[in-house]
Design a protein around this ligand. Structure first.
Ligand SMILES: *[C@@H]1O[C@H](CO)[C@@H](O)[C@H](O)[C@H]1NC(C)=O
Ligand SMILES: *[C@@H]1O[C@H](CO)[C@@H](O)[C@H](O)[C@H]1NC(C)=O
Length: 435
């Protein structure tokens, strides 16, 4: 009996040693990994103040941090929105400081979001738990426990320090990414003016790049105050995929880091906006039974007081099908690049056994983690808004290109706003120097 016990202990000991060896070998692989920055930032190619880069490499690692927030719902921990290299996991530490002199270092809990679509880099939260975090003003994520507090490093400012009960905005639209030479000016101007008529006060775009005419329009809306541009130079750090399917669009991270920016946008507006709309640049979340978003949400929320995530079905209006009369084919817009959504009133029918993807209107204070079409972690639950109450007008290339006009539905909701919409679009294009 005694001898068997000794043998078992010996075996356990050997297994443990082998295990430790493996862990040790593994730790060497990440220490020797090459740095992740592809193109070094130089002042000539990239004239944005350093504080506005939005993406900061974690020293001696392949990971990046984006921004830091107090999460009052989780006992006041610091949540750092991050981009984690999933194949190079390692302990990370959190240095948080209340004044220049007083800093503390704690361990972190790295939470990689479950939706990463198999790309090697994933949207993540690095959670710092410690004492007196509410007093902290800045935070640093490091790989090194010991010297980090003394190093001259770039700290992130900590936001959302105080819970607010009233908000600067009622409705904010988060456009998660703008990239390439996207120059769809007319559709963007129409969408922005449509949002205004629907009751949106604030639009945020995470911008990697865009075309020259759209640039002018963005400048106009920024000056006017409706639009906030967050620089999103993800292509300076990683090779972003232009799609969600890694097999078709190879790269380091899903769709220009869309999952990171969507989450960033929610935390950025937690105490700034009553509701946040998470949709793409060519999509309009459109009420069909209410005049605008405030009256829609008043009804939805009073019927479902606890719900924090409202799912809105996407519907495709092919840009290849034009309405017959041509009454919105205006000469004034002939030289404006982009799609005229008022000409595209044909909507594709639902497909059998194919689920219409959704986008969201959320109460940001009830969301912890989000994906593109649904929330990953929230309190209060989700509600699928009926199609006849609210749906997305999405003018784009068809998904069912073989269908003829007769097989599509006529949907003229945008025309209900025609008078004000046309007037406001014209005014905007003139003020932007495009008309
Ligand atoms: C960029 O500008 C900063 C401050 O203006 C300067 O300290 C730095 O050396 C410059 N870097 C390069 C690569 O030119
Ligand atoms: C938000 O909605 C409330 C209630 O309808 C209204 O009193 C307030 O003026 C709105 N705020 C903005 C910024 O429009």
């Amino acid at each position: 009996m005694e001898k068997d016990k000794v043998n078992v202990l010996l075996l356990l000991f050997i297994v443990t040693i082998i295990g430790l060896l493996f862990v040790h070998m593994d730790s060497h692989t990440y220490i020797q990994a090459p740095p992740a920055i592809k193109a070094p930032l130089s002042n000539n190619t990239f004239k944005i103040p350093k504080a506005l880069y939005s993406i900061t490499p974690i020293k001696d690692s392949e990971h990046f941090v984006v921004s830091a927030f107090i999460d009052h719902r989780l006992d006041g921990v610091i949540r750092v929105i991050s981009i984690i290299s999933r194949n190079h996991l390692q302990p990370l530490y959190c240095v948080y400081c209340s004044t220049e002199q007083v800093c503390k270092t704690v361990h972190t809990d790295v939470q990689i979001h479950s939706d990463h679509f198999s790309f090697p880099y994933g949207a993540s939260d690095v959670i710092c738990k410690g004492k007196h975090m509410q007093d902290a003003t800045r935070v640093l994520i490091t790989t090194d426990k010991i010297d980090s507090a003394n190093l001259k490093m770039e700290y992130l400012p900590i936001k959302n320090k105080v819970v607010q009960e009233t908000f600067k905005f009622n409705f904010t639209v988060c456009i998660s990414n703008l990239f390439g030479d996207y120059n769809n000016v007319l559709q963007f101007a129409q969408s922005m003016e449509m949002y205004k008529l629907l009751g949106v006060q604030h639009v945020v775009i995470y911008k990697t790049s865009c075309g020259p005419d759209l640039e002018k329009l963005l400048k106009h809306y920024e000056t006017e105050g409706m639009l906030e541009i967050v620089p999103w130079p993800i292509d300076q750090f990683l090779n972003p995929s232009s799609g969600w399917n890694i097999k078709i669009h190879k790269g380091d991270i899903h769709y220009y880091g869309q999952l990171v920016t969507l989450n960033e946008c929610i935390y950025r507006h937690m105490y700034q906006s009553k509701y946040v709309l998470l949709n793409d640049i060519d999509e309009i979340i459109m009420p069909y039974k209410h005049a605008n978003l405030p009256s829609l949400m008043e009804d939805l929320q009073s019927a479902q007081p606890t719900i924090g995530v409202f799912l809105i079905e996407n519907h495709i209006f092919p840009k290849t099908q034009f309405e017959e009369s041509g009454k919105f084919k205006r000469a004034e817009w002939n030289n404006i690049p982009g799609v005229n959504i008022m000409e595209h009133i044909y909507r594709e029918p639902d497909r059998k056994n194919i689920y219409n993807p959704t986008k969201m209107i959320v109460n940001p204070r009830k969301v912890q983690q989000t994906s593109v079409h649904s929330s990953l972690k929230n309190t209060g639950g989700s509600f699928l808004v009926p199609f006849n109450v609210c749906r997305i007008v999405h003018v784009r290339v068809p998904l069912q290109g073989h269908l003829t006009k007769e097989q599509l539905f006529v949907d003229k909701r945008v025309w209900d706003f025609e008078q004000e919409l046309i007037q406001n679009v014209d005014q905007t294009l003139k003020r932007s120097g495009l008309l």
